[in-house]
Design a protein around this ligand. Structure first.
Ligand code: FE
Ligand code: FE
Ligand code: FE
Length: 209
């Protein structure tokens, strides 16, 4: 799960040659990281640890941005099922922010955000759905569901990677917390699919210009 769009140079791929400058982090002369059994302990200086923290900052920023975007999406939705799905997810997202703060704390880092360009783009897309569709239509709901699912998929990819990194780095508590959020994002994605399939898509197909 280490395909980074943000910092490809920070990845330590086991299959690459030893000639890279990433060698010191793994060098046997360093006591802390010499043994695999010691993996996770005292990794404060590893490149992967640094990348992990930056990725947490990215998703922390993203979750906060989502709490600002969801009220607009709720206000623009028509289906009562969709409205309550977005409302529930807003409450869940607030908890996810608190949970991320616990993740930061568990690894001895201060919680802070770092601009996530992807979420900015996805939120812009949800705003253009609202601009490009008529108020009170199921067609707009279809667009909002798709926009919402793009956000969930971005989060699923992000948290999926973070859970794996936390495990690799030996941050068991962080891994468990991140897994909880990952499960919530997957649930929301499935709920949005079922709202689309059960009602909204069909209703939209009946709408005329
Ligand atoms: Fe989230
Ligand atoms: Fe990002
Ligand atoms: Fe989400």
């Amino acid at each position: 799960m280490l395909f980074s769009m943000h910092h490809p140079n920070n990845l330590i791929m086991p299959t690459t040659s030893n000639s890279k400058k990433t060698a010191p982090a793994k060098a046997a002369t360093k006591k802390k990281s010499a043994s695999p059994a010691n993996a996770g302990a005292g990794k404060g200086d590893s490149l992967l640890q640094e990348y992990f923290v930056e990725s947490l900052q990215d998703v922390y920023y993203a979750e906060k941005a989502i709490t600002k975007a969801l009220p607009k999406m709720i206000g623009a939705s028509t289906s009562s099922e969709l409205i309550s799905a977005f409302e529930d997810h807003l409450a869940v997202t607030e908890e996810q922010i608190t949970r991320l703060e616990q993740v930061f704390e568990s690894i001895g880092e201060k919680a802070k955000g770092k601009k996530c360009d992807a979420i900015e783009g996805l939120i812009k897309e949800s705003e253009s759905v609202i601009e490009d569709t008529e108020d009170g239509t199921a067609t707009r709901d279809v667009g909002l569901i798709m926009a919402g699912q793009k956000v969930e998929h971005y989060e699923i990819a992000t948290y999926g990677g973070l859970v794996q990194l936390a495990q690799t780095l030996g941050h068991d508590k962080a891994s468990g917390l991140l897994q909880q959020t990952l499960d919530e994002e997957k649930e929301t994605d499935e709920l949005l699919t079922s709202i689309a399939e059960n009602n909204v898509n069909y209703e939209a197909s009946e709408e005329k210009e």
